[in-house]
Structure formats: C-alpha cells, structure tokens
Design a protein around this ligand. Structure first.
Ligand code: CO
Length: 161
C-alpha cells in the first residue's frame, strides 16, 4: 500500500472521517502505512485523511514511538490555552502560531481493541488536537484569528496558481 500525502487544497482534507467499526487486517495495514509515511516525512502526527483514507485513525509520535489511536476524541480540555508553532505535512513549509488548550484528556482505542484514556499536555496535547481536527475536516489554518486567516488564504491562493 503506497499512498501519497494529500496536500492543501485537496478537497479530501475537508471531509469528515468515519469511525472505525471493527479493527481488522485492513485497519492494521492502514496504520502501518501511516507509520511508514510519517517516518519518511519526519512528522510527529498524521491523520488517515491526509493519505486519502476517511477513517478515524491517527498516529502520534510519543517518546520516539509511533502510537496508533483509533476513534480518538477529546473528553476534556483545560481552560488555559497556549500558543505554539505548528506545522502540517499537508502544508509543506508552512508554520503557524496557533492558540489551543494546554492540557486535554483523550479517549481512544488501540490496535488491539483496548480502551485508552490519557491526560496529555504541551506538545503531545498539541499534536492530538491538530490530528483530531483533521478527522473532522478542520485544518490548522482554520484555528487562526480571522484576520490572519484571510491574509494567509490570499497568500496560499497565489502560491497555488
Ligand atoms: Co496536519
């Protein structure tokens, strides 16, 4: 399974991903492909929609391990927010300062079907929020204040021509 990373403005990046109903061989194959793509591109997070698969699967690098999370959701968010610089494999070369909750609680299922519930903060919390957004068709440019978003979209349009 060789798949390319979908780049903005590919319309698939705006699609909402479907929950994984059953973890089967196909799911494992998708996860393995995502890990390989992530290693090749040195990303710290990847969502299935970024390789054109509309399933709720993300991979997050935690302590040098590529961890697969199926049907991830954010169950709690801290009121406290912080600004961090983010990049995205679907936007090569673009780095944006984005404000998001500092700490979150994530619930998901792993590849063995076990339930996971974890509290994360800082960079890891950041990656989870960015990737879970992807599953809902939300991109990091959408998280900019509107005036910055307008300026950026003009710039991206010029770059795409
Ligand atoms: Co991204």
């Amino acid at each position: 399974m060789i798949l390319e990373i979908k780049k903005y403005p590919d319309p698939i990046l705006r699609k909402k991903c479907e929950p994984v109903e059953k973890i089967d061989e196909k799911t494992k194959e998708i996860a393995q492909t995502m890990i390989e793509i992530q290693k090749t591109h040195q990303g710290i997070g990847l969502a299935a929609s970024q390789i054109g698969i509309l399933k709720r699967i993300i991979v997050v690098e935690i302590d040098n391990n590529f961890c697969v999370f199926i049907n991830p959701k954010i169950s709690k968010k801290s009121k406290k927010k912080e600004i961090m610089e983010e990049g995205c494999l679907s936007f090569p070369g673009l780095f944006l300062k984005i404000k998001r909750p500092q700490e979150i609680e994530v619930e998901a299922i792993d590849l063995n079907g076990n339930k996971i519930k974890m509290k994360v903060k800082g960079l890891i919390a950041r990656v989870f929020q960015h990737e879970i957004d992807h599953l809902n068709g939300i991109l990091f440019i959408d998280r900019l204040p509107w005036w910055k978003r307008i300026a950026l979209k003009k710039k991206l349009k010029i770059a795409n021509n």
